[in-house]
Design a protein around this ligand. Structure first.
Ligand SMILES: Nc1nc2c(ncn2[C@@H]2O[C@H](COP(=O)(O)OP(=O)(O)O)[C@@H](O)[C@H]2O)c(=O)[nH]1
Ligand SMILES: [Mg+2]
Length: 329
């Protein structure tokens, strides 16, 4: 895509055109070098109009009810006049072929509403690739006027940390019963949470959900709080029944108010932006290095030496960097 085209596209996105937003995201996700340049141009145009949303990460093991929850929260918010974008960070979609497609059946109503925008993870990318694109996609969605961003991520470990690093609030969904180990939820992930929902508090599982709430409330007392201005609530919930969604949104708003007042949302975003800049520098440099012809000529051989244990990784890395830096000499 050319720079002129990118400019036109930016204008359409700023006008709130959803098809233009979808196109913009396709451009953002493109790995072609010329598209990358156009996408930088596009982001430059969009950035001044971004940032005016609340960014919420939603995590939990597959099947806990994230998509069901997003369906009811999204509809509730749209009824209240918001515009809601749902993005997925799912590195496993590279294998499964995009889980949010299946999720769309759980977000049936939401996906049909013009005030909603649902975007799956690009498949065939690593976690790094997904998160890189997700940050940019968030920016584009904000510029298009979406004021609530919901980022769904699977509970597999690293992706929560990545999502917590690009959102204002992190909601962790858990199943009733089972201890942390059973759910594959590490203590570090519980520590990231700003709100814990024990989902599926209905039918037979209701009593177990109540016990889990007590357990987690107790456990939280021993964890390091993420913010001194916020005590992490633990609530039971039933995404299927969907009642009480207004109360959940209330908690989100109280969180936003408490942290905004303390200047913490802004501080967090500033930190996140700085970290993003450096991760962008790393990614770009590595991409550049990998496409260097002299580096390319050496890579296979060096990789083999490293995998065979004949050369320490550090030494090989230094050689590649030295080759890269000598280009044009
Ligand atoms: N009983 C019950 N089932 C639920 C609830 N929320 C989701 N489910 C079911 O759990 C399954 C997985 O839900 P889904 O939203 O796709 O989970 P995700 O993988 O976390 O996105 C679906 O069959 C849902 O209908 C709930 O609150 N109660
Ligand atoms: Mg889902």
């Amino acid at each position: 895509m050319s720079a002129t085209h990118a400019k036109k596209l930016a204008k359409a996105v700023l006008g709130g055109d959803r098809r233009a937003l979808a196109q913009a995201i396709t451009l953002i996700e493109s790995t072609r070098a010329e598209d990358r340049q156009a996408s930088v141009k596009l982001l430059e145009k969009l950035a001044p109009r971004a940032g005016k949303s609340i960014r919420i990460g939603i995590s939990g093991v597959p099947g806990v009810g994230k998509s069901t929850f997003i369906e009811s929260l999204g509809n509730h918010l749209i009824d209240a006049g918001h515009k809601v974008a749902v993005l997925a960070v799912d590195p496993s979609s590279a294998i499964s072929g995009g889980s949010i497609l299946g999720d769309k059946t759980r977000m049936e109503q939401l996906s049909k509403r013009p005030e909603a925008f649902i975007r799956p993870s690009p498949s065939g990318t690593t976690l790094g690739g997904v998160t890189r694109h997700t940050r940019e996609t968030m920016l584009a969605a904000e510029a298009a006027g979406f004021d609530v961003l919901l980022v769904e991520t699977v509970g597999v470990g690293q992706s929560e940390t990545a999502v917590a690093g690009m959102t204002d609030m992190f909601i962790l969904m858990l199943l009733p019963g089972g201890g942390d180990e059973l759910q594959g939820i590490k203590r570090g992930i519980v520590e990231l949470a700003d709100l814990i929902l024990v989902n599926k508090a209905d039918g037979d599982m209701k009593p177990a959900a109540g016990r889990s709430v007590t357990d987690y409330r107790n456990a939280l007392g021993f964890l390091h709080p993420r913010s001194e201005h916020w005590q992490v609530p633990v609530e039971s919930y039933s995404a299927v029944e969907g009642s009480g969604i207004a109360e959940i949104w209330d908690i989100v708003q109280r969180y936003q108010a408490a942290l905004s007042e303390a200047g913490e949302i802004e501080r967090n975003r500033a930190q996140q932006a700085k970290a993003w800049m450096w991760s962008e520098v790393r990614d770009e440099l590595v991409d550049d290095l990998k496409s260097d012809p002299d580096v390319k000529a050496q890579v296979k051989q060096l990789e083999k030496k490293v995998t065979d244990g004949k050369l320490p990784a550090t030494v090989a890395a230094q050689q590649l960097i030295a080759t890269f830096l000598k280009r044009g000499d």
